[in-house]
Design a protein around this ligand. Structure first.
Ligand SMILES: Cc1cc2nc3c(=O)[nH]c(=O)nc-3n(C[C@H](O)[C@H](O)[C@H](O)COP(=O)(O)OP(=O)(O)OC[C@H]3O[C@@H](n4cnc5c(N)ncnc54)[C@H](O)[C@@H]3O)c2cc1C
Length: 467
């Protein structure tokens, strides 16, 4: 690439693009380098023969008015209001998601319900220590009975490890503010939309053509600065505490790009391994210990206008191999050709394990068989299928991960012109809005402001809850 850039952004997901967008608006020379052939990363929309689907339905929600305004402005005229209606399907029946106490209690019958309420009351009266694991937190906020019935199997399916090994920090970054009593209060007092914890919001804005439109619009606004697609960054040279260049290749060429500053949204452990010269052994070892949970998305195209009226269906039981399905048509009618619909199943696994290595036809067949057994599909309705493997979908916050994480952050803090942003880049459980906020703030740091990116997604609500 000719000439020197003010900044190189690694990765064209929402975090990277939000950074490049902010710098472009400030008239800086910036280049985005992305290994995929499409922008959006985890928040992209796949198009398949007239059908469109996200990698697991993506609901945009934010408490940050600036991010909300930016998304509304970018997608002016493209947003539709979508009703959020999610259910848990288990024991052959539907339960509300998030759990609504009356619905859960009625569905479970009087004895089990009485046990739940007694158990929950006992937990609330107990003096508790700071929760260490997901299990500690859920038991403290919902009681052990509810944990065993609704949380344990699903969480273990999602994470692939037992709940006492998942750090309570995951809760902090994800479902803070929620407890059985908050859910009850919401049900009884009908709280207004703004004061609800994010997990309870009932409707949301969705781009008519899929969530990928947010990234596509950001990329359009970055132009004429380049967004290089299909270029896999594999080497990051450094010297004297500064990043000097990045090198990336596509199928037939290699490019080296130099800039004053570097913003990385690519997976944190990968970044560490690309550094040249190599980091010290203990940093490389720490990078080995940070794991992501990966997912496989299987979209099944169906020859009828609608299968469910739901936005998501959660399937906690281990006998069903996928953990969640969604029907994109219920998010926006434009997601399928007229008269047709699709169901999108999410499998959780680790890259390299048996499920990950299955042939696409096997995965499609497995999905269709289970959708039929669950009663979602009848015979001869399937028009087509599409399988997408998604590495690095969920940072796996295992108990004890923080020691390794801090070893890496301490080492990388030694590079004065490198900033980490986003979900995979920071190894934090960020949603879309947090990812965008980190990108915007990193860009603003280059424009003279001072933001601590580690403070994003640590709202006051969480601090109060932790107390
Ligand atoms: C199943 C699922 C459902 C979700 N649902 C929601 C939801 O409902 N609401 C919500 O707000 N959030 C949701 N999220 C979270 C949301 O997807 C993320 O917060 C957001 O997309 C993260 O953006 P990012 O830019 O930080 O990371 P990413 O999207 O991971 O972007 C990183 C980019 O870097 C690229 N890259 C990686 N390695 C290299 C390399 N070597 N060279 C060049 N490029 C590279 C990747 O291809 C990718 O494009 C969901 C996530 C998942 C997995």
């Amino acid at each position: 690439m000719s000439g020197r850039f003010n900044a190189v952004v690694l990765g064209a997901g929402l975090a990277g693009l939000a950074a490049a967008y902010t710098l472009s608006r400030a008239r800086k020379r910036v280049v985005v380098v992305e290994k995929d052939t499409q922008v959006g990363g985890l928040s992209r929309t796949v198009v398949h023969r007239g059908f469109r689907f996200d990698l697991g339905g993506h609901r945009f929600f934010t408490k940050n008015p600036e991010i909300e305004e930016l998304v509304r402005e970018l997608l002016d005229g493209e947003l539709v209001l979508t009703k959020r209606s999610s259910k848990i399907f288990m024991r052959g029946r539907y339960f509300d998601y998030p759990l609504r106490p009356l619905n859960a209690l009625l569905g479970l019958g009087i004895w089990e319900s009485a046990k739940i309420v007694l158990d929950y009351t006992r937990e609330r009266l107990r003096s508790r220590e700071e929760p260490v694991s997901l299990e500690d937190w859920v038991v403290a906020n919902f009681g052990r009975e509810l944990f065993n019935i609704f949380f344990k199997e699903y969480s273990e399916k999602v994470w692939g490890i037992s709940c006492d090994r998942i750090s309570a920090e995951w809760v902090a970054q994800r479902i803070r503010g929620l407890s059985l009593s908050v859910a009850l209060r919401d049900a009884l007092l009908k709280l207004n939309r703004r004061s609800r914890p994010p997990t309870l919001i009932r409707e949301f804005l969705y781009p008519e053509m899929g969530i990928g439109r947010v990234a596509e619009r950001l990329a359009e606004e970055v132009s004429p600065n380049p967004v290089l697609l299909g270029f896999n960054v594999f080497r990051i040279r450094h010297s004297g505490g500064r990043i000097m260049s990045i090198t990336a290749r596509n199928c037939d060429s290699e490019i080296t790009v130099e800039a004053d500053s570097y913003i990385s949204s690519i997976p944190l452990p990968s970044l560490v391994r690309m550094l040249s010269p190599e980091p010290p052994e203990e940093v490389l070892r720490a990078a080995e210990r940070l794991r992501f949970r990966d997912t496989i998305i299987v979209a099944v195209m169906v020859n009828r206008p609608r299968v469910t009226r739901l936005s998501w269906v959660y399937l906690p039981e281990k006998k069903v191999p996928f953990g969640r399905i969604h029907e994109p048509n219920n998010w926006s009618r434009a997601m399928s050709p007229p008269g047709k619909t699709s169901l999108v199943a999410e499998y959780f696994c680790f890259a390299g394990e048996k499920l990950w290595n299955m042939q696409e036809e096997e995965l499609a067949q497995l999905t269709v068989e289970h959708l039929e057994a669950l009663g979602f599909l009848g015979g001869d309705e399937v028009i087509d299928t599409r399988v997408v493997r998604v590495p690095n979908a969920y940072p796996l916050l295992e108990v004890g991960y923080r020691r390794h994480y801090e070893t890496i952050l301490d080492y990388l803090a030694g590079f004065e012109n490198l900033q980490l942003v986003g979900r995979t880049g920071m190894f934090r459980y960020h949603n879309m809005d947090h990812a965008m906020e980190t990108g915007i703030k990193a860009a603003r740091n280059l424009l003279g402001e001072r933001h601590n990116l580690l403070e994003v997604n640590c709202s006051a609500e969480y601090i109060e809850e932790a107390r």
